[in-house]
Structures are given as C-alpha cells and as structure tokens.
Design a protein around this ligand. Structure first.
Ligand code: NAD
Length: 257
C-alpha cells in the first residue's frame, strides 16, 4: 500500500476532490482525518472509510479561522499519534465572484480568507506537527486559473489561487532541509459541485470546455490520484512544483469564442 503507516489530514474532505482523496488515501493504508464545515457529508465519508476496513475520523474546522486550524492539527495528532500528510484543499468559488468592476469587496475578502489564508493557517499549525513526525508532505490545492486568465471571470478566486502558488514555492524552499515537501496541485476544470454550480448554464460550460484539449471536464478521482503521488514517498524529490492535472488546458493555444 502506497501510504502505509501515514496519517493524512484533508481539509474540504466532505466533497469533490477532498472526498475522493480521503477514500483513496484510506484504501492505500493511510489513517485519514477528514476536516470540513459540512459535518453531515464529512461524517458520511468517514463512515464509508470505516465500512471498507480503513481508519478515519472527522473534525469540523473552518480553515479561515486560526483556532479551528490549530484544533484540527491537534486532533490528528491526538487521534492517530502524528501527522505525515497535510492536504490544504478546502476552497470556494462564489457565484458573485466576477470581474474587478462588479465583484463586491466582501466576496473578495471571503474568497481570500478561505482559499489563501486557509492554506497559510493550515501550514502555520501543520508544519510544527510535520516536524514532530520527522518530515512530511504538504499539498495545497491551487488551480489552472493561477496560470491562465479564466475566460469566465472570477477575479477573487483567480487571485487567491495565485497566492497559493506563490506561498507554496516559498514554503518549499524554506522547509526543504527539514524533510518537508510542499507542492501545489493545479486541477483543470472538474465536474464537481464547485465548478458546475458556478458554470450554471450550458453556454458557460461550453465556453470553458472549448479551451480544454481533451474536450471534457475532469473527475475528482483523477485529481485524487495526483494527490496520492504527491503524498507518497514516490514523490520524494518533488517539491515546490505547480503540479498540473488539467486535461492539457495550460498547454493549449486556442482561439477564444
Ligand atoms: P467542492 O465544493 O466539491 O469541495 C470543497 C469543500 O470545501 C466542500 O466540502 C466545502 O464544504 C469545503 N469548504 C468550503 N469552505 C470551507 C471552509 N471555510 N473551511 C473548511 N472547508 C470548507 O469543490 P472541489 O472541486 O472538490 O474543490 C476542492 C479544491 O479544488 C478547492 O480548493 C477548489 O478551489 C479547487 N479546484 C477545483 C476545481 C474544479 O473545477 N472543481 C478546479 C481547480 C481547483
């Protein structure tokens, strides 16, 4: 098993990428802490893991709140004895996030607090725990939009994901000699709740798909497999990367609609 003897903490683990990753990590031998603000779904993920013979526990944590982040890391260490993998994955894409002129300041603040500050807080409390475990792997979910401008505007979201890439690189450099690897995972457009409720008309969906060489949205499980590689010792020489899992979108040069 690729994650035997590892303890992994996954934020945003109730749904989409986080959920599929929790199920996959557990299948690969990890003890998994699922963390989210959606308690019902988070507990369902944990129940599913236990039903399949794995080990998991749920804790509610809003990643934009320092106290919650401190508690979720503490919970992982108390419950499973240590922390080896921290997957800072929770994120939002608000339906009122648009271009710079129309986006309200509170939408900007909310998005930055969850998507960017949430990663900072996860690292703030998670890194000391990884050090106590003798090193580990941090995976921060960014997005292809941190590399490309998105044709359907979402200015706060795009800026927040740019911040995730930048802070990931610096963390990777700072902690490299402590045995802590830090990578950003950049999913392309996926068929998860987050994007499908944002691209809420067929026209918007097609507008996004025209840029994807594979011509389809990705699946959360396809991102979970990339997280598995970054979490496992198979990626032992990989740090500071923008790990693209995007159906080719960042390599494409296509005429906009
Ligand atoms: P999702 O909506 O299915 O899952 C996100 C999870 O985060 C939900 O369970 C939600 O309850 C949780 N969450 C929201 N706010 C939170 C908070 N303050 N504290 C803790 N948890 C919170 O979406 P997903 O597609 O699985 O997204 C996961 C990550 O992937 C996000 O960071 C997202 O930005 C990123 N991403 C998604 C896509 C895509 O196309 N879906 C593309 C690139 C990047």
């Amino acid at each position: 098993m690729r994650l035997a003897n590892k303890v992994a903490l996954i934020t945003g683990g109730s749904s989409g990428i986080g959920k599929e990753t929790a199920l996959l990590f557990a299948k690969e031998g990890a003890k998994v802490v699922v963390s989210d603000v959606n308690d019902a779904e988070g507990r369902t993920v944990v129940a599913q893991i236990i039903e399949n013979g794995g080990e998991a526990a749920y804790i509610r944590a809003d990643v934009s709140k320092a106290d919650d982040c401190a508690k979720m890391v503490d919970f992982a260490e108390q419950t499973f004895g240590k922390l080896n993998v921290l997957f800072n994955n929770a994120g939002i894409m608000h339906s009122d996030d648009d271009n710079a002129v129309t986006t309200e300041e509170h939408i900007w603040d909310l998005t930055m607090n969850i998507n960017a500050k949430g990663v900072f807080l996860g690292c703030k409390y998670g890194i000391p725990a990884l050090k106590r475990a003798g090193g580990g792997s941090i995976i921060n979910t960014a997005s292809f939009v941190a590399i490309l401008g998105a044709a359907t505007p979402q200015i706060a979201y795009t800026a927040s994901k740019g911040a995730v890439l930048a802070l990931t690189r610096e963390l990777a450099v700072i902690h490299a000699r402590e045995g802590i690897r830090v990578n950003a995972l950049c999913p392309g457009p996926l068929k998860t709740e987050l994007l499908m409720s944002f691209l809420n008309t067929e026209e918007k969906k097609q507008r996004r798909l025209v840029h994807v060489p594979m011509g389809r949205f990705g699946e959360a499980l396809e991102i979970a497999y990339a997280s598995l590689f970054l979490a496992s010792d198979e990626s032992s020489f990989v740090t500071g990367t923008d790990f693209m899992v995007d159906g080719g979108i960042t390599s494409a040069y296509v005429t906009p609609l």
